[in-house]
Design a protein around this ligand. Structure first.
Ligand code: PHB
Length: 388
């Protein structure tokens, strides 16, 4: 047994030496370390981003500037200490040229110092707190920010006879960003925010907050929860009968997430949100994207996280093309600055100064289309910056 193993290893080594294949291909591989919550409460984010990244690779091949792209997926379960440990391992052991993924703000923030120290670009495909990108010169974002996605909702509200609003958000970075952006924009346009309610991120129980909101009798209740929590929030909104009390429900598109929307029920029809992506976005690029995504993923509908993954891989490919395959991290970040292309979400670019995403934000209404619930876009705010 032992002898056979030795012979086998000599055989493999001999073959590699004789042909040079193994040595050459080892040099030519460019590794992308994708750190995602594949299990735990944010598992849908991991699943959507992985599917988006794989679709980009299926459609664009795995050779870029003569190098073979290899994806390494690591599950951080949504725990920041795991994200940091995995990022360190990917840099030190796997020698990845890119880190990417990061399903929640605290997970991205935990990886920033690793990227900075190792000088490895880190592409944010999900997390949406505005300040993350500025926390490391190696961060680049292809997702969205909450101020970007929220301000249009406040503008629409002020222009549509909503005078008073209560906000209810998850009590962490993106929720606080969203609350702040809504209040600033809505009150600048003459509206009044009656109260700013914050529910815990983990295992949230919304009932008491919803009752409080109902008692305040605002014209509208504005909601933000991260992807994955929209269905349980909207179920509790339904149970409290806020609509019956004459309170309009509005929010960011995280709440009416395409990953869950169709299962949320017809009570959502008519709900207005603003966001950077809808599976119903009307463009040839998106029609092709949705069709290919459904086909490759057993009819799972793509949501906004999926395009973060798809476009994150686009940014990585385009950067490598620009550097002609040079994997120096500082050069790759430079190459990503100012990139612009048409995504399934519409036109997007990476701001050359902030490294954050500039994109269109759409105001949408939940409608039934061919028997399924979709966020149907009816207004576009063009080229909104992710952060300043
Ligand atoms: C975040 O943690 O930054 C985050 C996660 C999911 C969202 C939005 C923001 O839908």
């Amino acid at each position: 047994m032992f002898r056979r193993q030795i012979l086998k290893s000599i055989g493999v080594a001999g073959l590699a030496l004789a042909t040079g294949i193994s040595a050459a291909s080892a040099q030519e591989v460019v590794k992308v370390g994708l750190i995602l919550p594949m299990t735990g409460p944010s598992a849908s984010t991991g699943r959507q981003i992985e599917a988006g990244a794989r679709l980009w690779m299926a459609q664009n091949g795995t050779i870029v500037a003569g190098k073979k792209i290899e994806l390494i997926i690591k599950d951080d379960t949504g725990a920041a200490d795991q994200s940091k440990r995995l990022a360190t391992e990917l840099v030190v052991n796997d020698k990845v040229a890119f880190l990417a993924g990061f399903g929640l703000t605290p997970l991205a923030l935990a990886v920033g110092p690793v990227a900075s120290q190792a000088k490895v670009p880190a592409v944010i495909m999900a997390a949406g707190t505005s300040t993350i990108v500025a926390s490391s010169p190696y961060f680049v974002r292809t997702s969205f920010t909450l101020p970007q996605n929220t301000a249009p909702m406040a503008q629409w509200s002020a222009a549509n006879n909503i005078k008073t609003v209560v906000t209810l958000v998850s009590d962490y970075g993106p929720g606080l960003d969203s609350e702040k952006a809504f209040k600033a924009e809505f009150e600048a346009k003459g509206g009044k925010v009656l109260d700013t309610l914050r529910a815990p991120l983990m295992n949230p129980e919304f009932a008491a907050f919803l009752q409080k909101a109902k008692d305040l009798k605002p014209d509208a209740l504005f909601l933000f929860v991260p992807s994955g929590q929209g269905a349980s929030l909207m179920k509790q909104v339904g149970e409290r009968e806020l609509a019956k009390a004459g309170i309009k429900i509005i929010g960011t598109g995280d709440v009416t997430d395409d990953d869950q929307l169709n299962g949320m029920g017809d009570a959502l029809i008519g709900m207005i949100t603003s966001h950077n992506y809808s599976a119903a976005h009307d463009s040839p690029e998106n029609k092709a994207y949705v069709a290919a995504f459904l086909k490759a993923n057993n009819n799972m509908r793509p949501n906004f996280m999926s395009v973060g993954g798809f476009d994150g891989m686009a940014a990585i490919y385009k950067a490598l093309e620009k550097t002609k395959g040079d994997t120096d991290g500082t050069k790759l970040v430079e190459a990503m600055k100012g990139l612009a292309w048409v995504s399934p979400r519409g036109p997007m670019s990476i701001d050359a100064t902030t490294r954050d995403i500039t994109q269109n934000v759409y105001v949408r209404e939940v409608k039934k289309v061919d028997g399924q619930l979709y966020n149907v876009e009816f207004a576009t705010i063009a080229n909104v910056k992710g952060s300043n």
